[in-house]
Design a protein around this ligand. Structure first.
Ligand code: SF4
Ligand code: SF4
Length: 408
């Protein structure tokens, strides 16, 4: 086990704080002590709000991390990545196991920031057992991660019930974990309603940071009132006022569909991937400090390490937003979820289908299997309310049938 109080390298922020986009840079952060780990040339770093952690602008999302992918962690560290995000639900604990195996050796733990997430939705919906389960999950995560503290403990998946972020039992557990030295900072993740959830969390004042799903696909959806850039701007401003760190997730959602729907030469240009563009886009949004990327092979790693250095002109951003909007790709906005009178987990099922299409078949099937029967595609009554509400015109009923066919 690592020692709880590690050596903290502290320095005055400002120098090299942020290269572009989000973060409190220069004067705003200049008076505060920040904590730096594993900083390397070629990577850029941002102060993650009031955590004062200087996180690499490219972080590692560990949904598909396992022991076979440990060499990727080595290369990411070599490239200056210092922020690693995981959860006990990823691979049934295999992701945390792999991070523990790698960072638990040779003093590596002290060189990085690790965040993990706990899924308490079942207990919150049942209205009981939240505190006990939170403490239990924290212990098992620490054991798998082979550490005695995480830098950030997050509540996972605040999308379906936005008021999860204010659950008093979770917040009590989070505060106790902080007091016990098992979690340094508190955050949450959400997958569909970043503007609403972020605004609510900033107002409640309890959170040090947030991980929110925000992508190029969603940026132009003016009619949504919650996921487009115009809705995100005030939410990000509220987070900034509360000095919360903001990390984008699911930023390359539907990247291949965007690419397939365009002949734009800039997107087709050799040596420039649409995933890189998607990640670079969110890093350019003011108030976004970092983006976590799922990386499952060395090509992904090498591409993503180059993202912070990509020069993206303002005119290009506007054009790419138009291209993404015209692609009519599902951006997992969650509108269909709210529109369904029968409580089908529409957005989740589409997301699992996407995982399946990206090659993560057993993980996708496992997540679909975990849904209760009344939320699965087979419980759909075909009313079409979801399609009427969808801003992208996705043929949802057909997609649900397709998803069930491969996931069941
Ligand atoms: S199908 Fe439509 S409404 Fe549902 S998540 Fe995708 S874009 Fe949003
Ligand atoms: S078609 Fe199915 S998923 Fe869509 S709103 Fe109706 S019951 Fe819900």
């Amino acid at each position: 086990m690592m020692e709880r109080r590690e050596f903290l390298r502290r320095a005055v922020a400002g120098a090299g704080a942020v290269a572009f986009g989000g973060g409190l840079s220069g004067a705003a952060a200049g008076q505060q002590a920040v904590e730096r780990r594993n900083e390397r040339p070629g990577m850029t770093y941002a102060r993650l709000g009031r955590t004062n952690l200087m996180v690499s602008r490219i972080g590692h999302g560990s949904l598909y991390t396992n022991r076979e992918r440990i060499p990727l962690l080595d290369r990411l560290c070599e490239g200056g990545v210092n922020f690693f995000d995981t959860s006990h639900i990823y691979g049934g604990g295999r992701s945390e196991d792999a991070l523990g195996e790698f960072f638990g050796r040779d003093g590596r733990r002290k060189n990085v920031f690790i965040g993990t997430k706990m899924d308490l939705r079942a207990q919150m919906k049942a209205g009981e057992g939240v505190y006990a389960k939170a403490m239990d999950y924290a212990e098992s995560s620490l054991r798998r991660l082979k550490t005695d503290y995480v830098d950030i403990m997050m509540l996972h998946g605040c999308t379906t019930l936005i008021d999860l972020v204010e659950n008093p039992e979770w917040l009590r557990a989070a505060e106790d974990l902080k007091k016990q030295g098992k979690a340094r900072f508190i955050g949450f993740s959400e997958h569909a309603k970043p503007a609403e959830v972020l605004t609510r969390a900033a107002a409640c004042g309890k959170y040090d940071m947030a991980m929110v799903a925000f992508s190029l696909v969603k940026s132009k959806w003016g009619s949504m009132g919650r996921t487009d850039i115009k809705s995100m701007e005030p939410a990000l401003a509220a987070a900034r006022k509360a000095d919360m760190g903001v990390v984008a997730i699911k930023a390359a959602v539907r990247a291949e569909e965007i690419l397939a729907a365009t002949s734009d030469p800039k997107l087709k240009k050799k040596g420039f991937s649409v995933h890189q563009l998607c990640y670079r886009y969110v890093l350019g949004v003011p108030g976004v400090h970092a983006v976590v990327c799922g990386m499952t092979n060395m090509t992904h790693v090498e591409e993503n390490l180059k993202v912070p250095a990509i020069d993206l002109a303002a005119g290009d951003v506007e054009r790419f937003r138009d291209v993404a909007a015209a692609s009519r790709a599902c951006g997992f906005c969650g509108t269909c979820l709210d529109a369904c009178p029968n409580g089908i987990a529409v957005q989740d099922i589409l997301r699992f289908h996407c995982y399946w299409g990206n090659g993560y078949r057993s993980a996708a099937r496992a997540q679909y299997a975990a849904l209760p029967p009344h939320q699965k595609a087979t419980a759909c009554r075909g009313c079409g309310a979801c399609e009427d509400a969808c801003p992208m015109g996705v043929p949802i009923r057909l997609r649900l049938r397709e998803a069930h066919h491969v996931l069941a």
